[in-house]
Design a protein around this ligand. Sequence first.
Ligand code: ATP
Length: 354
Amino acid sequence: MAQIRVHNVRKDFGAFNAVKSSTFTVEDGEFFMLLGPSGCGKTTTLRMMAGLELPTSGEIYIGGEEVGMKRASERDIAFVFQMFALYPHMNVRKNISYPLVSQGMKKAEVAKRVAEVAKILRIENILDKPIGGLSGGDRQRVAVGRAIVRNPKAFFMDEPLGALDAEFREHMAQELRALHDRMGATTVYVTHDQLEAMQMGDKIVVMNHGVVEQFGKPQEIYDWPATKFVAKFIGSPPMNFLEFDGSLGTGGTHVSLAGHMVRVPMSREEHTGELALGVRPEHIRFNDDSAYRGRVIAVEYLGTTQIVTIDTPHGEIKARTPSHQLAHVEELIGLDFDSRSLTVFNSVTGAALV
Ligand code: ATP
């Protein structure tokens, strides 16, 4: 078990800077997500943490020891990859035993450890089966079994569920999280799926173009996005941005949207110019008395809630409201925003001001 500390880590591939100076800490026993769109540098970051890639500069510590220049085999860690990487000519038992046998562990001890792991993963019944005949889920369990059998300091997982279909993926995600809760091993997990990151992670690093945009607990990142990029990447439908020219003073608590005063949380920074009011779809309410009005463009019924697309003086926005609050296409409706949950961004830099 170990804390992992990434300090000012940078990676260049020739002239291309894939990861800019990154700093964050994975606490001992955490399930930690590296999240971002394709090409943002999350796999490169994971590979540097695991010792499969050397950083161009910066330091990486595992359990207090600086390991930046050590190879993966010298770091006492284990991997689970998307493509499972099992040995097809060996049965399940041999696949799981392999890391222990290659360490020279005694036969009786190997058998004991494999039995324990098989019990944890509930795969006792397939131990003697060949890999070829297994379902995707069972292969995934065997790959996890091979990783956990050694009891390493930390686990590294790169989109381990990427090859599974959506329904099964969610089931396996729950299994992996439950397994982590039983074992408590430090785990670093790469995904581009924000929902998976929110559901599974204790903490999340959100990356974009090689930059760590934000690092924190799922709820902090959802409620207090540090940048417009994070606000848009997390949540579905994403946060709405009402762009306007205006000003927000230090300690300011209101912004004027086309003359309509909207209460916002206290600001940290002063800014006059292009601003964006960030509103999550679930923080918009219909209110006949509100002077801020928009025209309903579309209503998407989802059972208990509905997604209502509304044309406002500041562009199209999406509201998630209870389905019983009827909204009809072409109707003009008054809108209220839940002031505790609003964010104001500097539209040019994308940085949050409140
Ligand atoms: P994906 O989900 O698509 O794998 P990612 O966020 O994991 O994306 P990385 O694989 O870390 O992104 O790649 C980040 C950038 O670095 C990409 O532009 C990629 O093309 C580039 N890159 C990665 N590995 C190399 C390499 N060995 N040589 C050159 N460029 C590389």
